[in-house]
Design a protein around this ligand. Structure first.
Ligand SMILES: [Mg+2]
Length: 363
């Protein structure tokens, strides 16, 4: 038995014939989730997840995500298993903050429609237009990155671009050098999507970014490593941005009091909705930290963050650089000469593209 292999994982939702209530939570119905791991040595393991309102969600999560990650792994290699599950799933687990935020955005769409006002005015309007930077997808080789940046400038006149350099095996330095050489005056941001594990590695790329006069370095290290990020920020010659995977005022108080970032990037659709973001923005303002939301996704996500930035001191809007039809809106949001105008219609002020909705919605 030098190597054992996991062959399958089964989950069983246990529902007892009683309900109970803890504090203000709705009554708990599903009272447990049993996890059964099978191996090629015919030894089985059992675990029971703590009762929780999320038991049903946990079942789907284990069946559809963890199962794929665990089959063929050696059950003795528990450190490897922990790191695989943690690094592959922490952004998936962020689904609950995202779901909470989306519910609140939909409430504000109703409030805006009921008041016949765009959300940004109800939040305290600040401006009518904002400069935009193109957020480039990941995976470009250096020459292709130059081509993509040129297309962004040709199509929308973007005032800046954000390059993604995360992931092992890429050539971050080559991408940065190549794009900077061709566009000496462009605002260039880079996003490492939590790639670097150590402060030293992250500092090396931060110094490289500073040498090439980039605007900021985003999520250089895992977003849970607040102490590492705080140390990096004190040493970095370039501004450090992050916060797209964090939610709520208490988490952002930790981030701000530890001085992890020069720029925080909460997202209306992920970090708790409009009012949490307004509070987070105020907390950042008194600390002298910028708040420039994270924006990535389809039209409703862009629109929600647009209303927020039109009601704050923020001076950049991130805009996903992909074909307009990906917004799935009847009237796509347009970039004109590098700027976007406030949406002056009630609520979010955007309509789902009915044809695409009908065609693609999972029934
Ligand atoms: Mg990012």
């Amino acid at each position: 038995m030098c190597k054992m292999e996991i062959t399958d994982i089964k989950t069983y939702l246990l529902s007892l014939d009683f309900k109970f209530r803890i504090g203000a939570m709705p009554p708990l119905e599903a009272t447990g989730l049993y996890i059964n791991i099978k191996t090629d040595e015919n030894i089985e393991g059992w675990g029971l997840s703590h009762w929780n309102l999320s038991n049903k969600a946990q079942k789907v999560f284990i069946d559809e995500v963890f199962r794929r990650l665990l089959v063929k792994k050696d059950p003795f290699m528990v450190e490897e298993i922990y790191h695989t599950l943690y690094h592959s799933s922490n952004r998936i687990m962020f689904g609950i903050p995202q779901a909470t935020s989306a519910v609140l955005v939909a409430c504000w769409d109703i409030i805006g429609k009921a008041c016949n006002q765009p959300i940004y005015k109800l939040l305290g309007g600040m401006k009518k237009k904002i400069r935009v930077y193109a957020s480039m997808p990941r995976g470009y080789k250096p020459k292709a990155a130059v081509g993509a940046v040129q297309s962004a400038i040709d199509l929308g006149g973007y005032k800046g671009v954000k390059l993604r350099i995360g992931g092992r095996g890429g050539k971050p330095e080559a991408i940065i050098r190549e794009v900077r050489d061709v566009f000496p005056d462009l605002n260039i941001m880079v996003d490492a999507n939590s790639t670097y594990e150590s402060v030293n590695e992250a500092l090396k790329i931060a110094k490289f970014c500073a040498k090439h006069e980039l605007t900021w370095l985003e999520e250089p290290m895992p977003s849970d490593n607040l102490n590492g990020l705080a140390k990096l920020k004190t040493l970095s010659p370039i501004e450090i941005a992050g916060g797209e995977n964090d939610m709520g005022i208490f988490r952002f108080e930790d981030i701000l009091s530890k001085e992890c970032y020069d720029i925080i990037q909460p997202d209306v659709n992920r970090s708790g909705g409009f009012l949490q973001l307004k509070k987070i923005d105020a907390m950042a303002e008194v600390k002298g930290v910028k708040c420039i939301p994270h924006v990535f996704g389809l039209g409703h996500q862009v629109a929600a963050n647009m209303h927020f930035v039109m009601s704050t001191r923020c001076d950049w809007l991130e805009f996903p650089f992909w074909p307009e039809q990906y917004q799935i809106l009847e009237e796509p949001i347009k970039i004109e000469k590098g700027f976007v105008k406030a949406i002056d219609k009630p609520g979010l002020g955007v309509e789902i593209n009915k044809e695409m909705f009908e065609e693609h919605i999972v029934k």
